[in-house]
Unconditional design. Sequence first.
Length: 175
Amino acid sequence: MSGPAAPHVLDDPLGFARVAGQHHGQLAVSAMPRLHDQLAGDAGEVKYSVRGGFDQLGRPRMELEVSGELKLLCARCAKPLDYALALRTRVLMAQPGAVPQEDDDPATPEWIEAGQELNLQVLVEDEILLGLPLSVRHAQGQCSSETPEAFGKITANSPFARLASLLEPGQTNKR
């Protein structure tokens, strides 16, 4: 049976899929340098789980689950915020050079080349980068530099105050 050759490397990933192998591990956030530009800090770690198998068309695949807490920067106040990471993805595997031509259809599965070994640290980091939101923010009312104007609250003397009152729940006066 094929399994991990090193803590975060799968020896013979196609064999891993054939025997429906399973592997679990943890990675330090600080060990993923491409992720650092997106973070407010590199403390902590993420947990991952990978399972091999085949899809409904008989193609070798891996299911990857990644979870953990990341410190991201709020797009409003630029202060750190905790982001609960919970990703689940499937990738199809092919021999090197045999990956099908990419197309723009989002329903097309993601393919990776599976050589003699597969570095799970690189795969996990790739999936985290693909899964992060473009912009994260504290919940309204939790930013440190929050002012009513900063979040679109309309002052009473604003020309749009009357329009805003029509959108408020419980308003029955619709002139």
